[in-house]
Design a protein around this ligand. Structure first.
Ligand SMILES: [Zn+2]
Length: 196
């Protein structure tokens, strides 16, 4: 499915407006795409805890591993579930709070100038074909809407916070993803291709 972005929102996404956002220091500086992996509890897929976390209503008593999340205010622009379903939490022109302490190409505070996309997963469980398909279409749409995001400026959380973050981890197939993304960007994917 081709995704369209209008007024900083993906038309085809479910929109859940997160309270965890604010203005970018430079409104039109959107020049990095950061891929993440998350699941709560880790390795449990399909539940609502990640959604609750981004919406600011996670019950931290619901699982013993949630204690460190108490009071944590985080979000991502988008979340892609295991079945490829896309949820958007923050309009792209606003700053989501996904990267934390981070640096890319010598520049700190990547939240200021990046878009954050979370994949439901762990560092070691292979991400699903449906997730790659949605991620390729989303990334392609973002690169068209925000041309400062070039192929070499699509990175993982682990790359902008090395030693502190490991997601999306070795389970994420960067070679395959970048190959499919560059093909999509060049318009080489026709309607009989891998799109459903
Ligand atoms: Zn992350």
């Amino acid at each position: 499915m081709l995704l369209r972005i209008n007024d900083h929102i993906v038309n085809e996404a479910s929109f859940h407006p997160s309270p965890h956002k604010d203005a970018r220091p430079v409104a039109d500086d959107i020049s990095l795409l950061v891929i993440h992996g998350i699941s709560l509890p880790a390795g449990d897929f399909g539940g609502n805890h990640v959604d609750d976390l981004f919406m600011g209503c996670l019950d931290c008593a619901a699982h013993s591993s949630f204690a460190p999340l108490e009071g944590l205010r985080v979000s991502a622009h988008c979340f892609i579930r295991r079945n490829g379903a896309l949820i958007q939490y923050v309009p792209f022109q606003q700053r989501a709070w996904h990267a934390g302490e981070s640096v890319w190409a010598g520049r700190e505070r990547c939240n200021d100038f990046s878009i954050g996309v979370e994949l439901e997963g762990t560092d070691i469980a292979p991400y699903t074909e449906q997730q790659y398909e949605t991620l390729v279409q989303l990334s392609c749409a973002l690169m068209k809407a925000y041309p400062q995001i070039t192929l070499d400026r699509v990175v993982g959380h682990e790359h902008i916070a090395p030693g502190r973050k490991t997601d999306p981890g070795p389970a994420f197939n960067w070679d395959m993803f970048k190959q499919r993304l560059s093909a999509a960007v060049m318009g080489l994917v026709n309607e009989n291709g891998s799109q459903k």
